[in-house]
Design a protein around this ligand. Sequence first.
Ligand SMILES: Nc1ncnc2c1ncn2[C@@H]1O[C@H](COP(=O)(O)OP(=O)(O)OP(=O)(O)O)[C@@H](O)[C@H]1O
Length: 247
Amino acid sequence: MLQTQDLTIRFGGHVAVDRVSCAFHPGTLTAIVGPNGAGKTTYFNLISGQLPVSSGRVLLNGEDLTSLSAPQRTRRGLGRAFQLTQLFPHLTVLENVRLAVQARCGLGLRLLSVWLSHRALIDESMVLLERVRLAARANDLAASLPHGDQRKLEVALLMALQPKVYLFDEPTAGMSVDEVPVVLDLIRELKREGKHTILLVEHKMDVVRELADRIVVLHQGALVADGEPAAVMASAVVQNAYLGVAA
Ligand SMILES: Nc1ncnc2c1ncn2[C@@H]1O[C@H](COP(=O)(O)OP(=O)(O)OP(=O)(O)O)[C@@H](O)[C@H]1O
């Protein structure tokens, strides 16, 4: 279980995330919604360790991760979708995924082991590329992929790490209409597996309605609604203030 307890960050006088306490359970997908600037991405940054908290705690299965770096949290099982800048643009699509699989296996510097298990790494990488429908582009340079395919590659890299918790921040942003279903199918599949804790920041309310088991609403950094999608969507506070335009 992932928990945030009174999680807070201030930028100067501005409280971007304001004492957010929430628990997220394996096998569930929670959508985090709210207007622009509500603090959704910042909340993710605090969970994944990209930003230091001003106060509060982040716990995974009871272990306090608050003082750990982002890579240490990744090793504990917190998976944040890679930013495009973290792809190796001059390596092939397959090599990018292989490096992520290798990182998970801790084979980084053990060259002999790497060589011995090379075939297994390639096989696993190809399975991941098939899942994100990029197998046909395995030998292309990552830099040569169109934006939507790069986003799919990010998802493959994330899956390669086999995280316990998946943090998806607008995973379909900038994708064309025919690419969106591929990524949503992947998220659906992960959800069906039933063992991952999935958090999704998403502006598209149709996607939220379909995928989420639960919706958490942030407004001005604070948690203002939390519950079953139908109930949260129907609540006056959400209808009027947050979803009126987007729904
Ligand atoms: N590093 C930073 N320094 C100063 N202010 C920041 C920083 N990061 C975020 N903020 C501020 O914190 C607030 C929350 O921003 P955040 O990006 O988390 O919102 P969001 O809900 O993800 O918005 P959007 O839906 O537009 O992506 C904003 O007012 C933003 O300007």
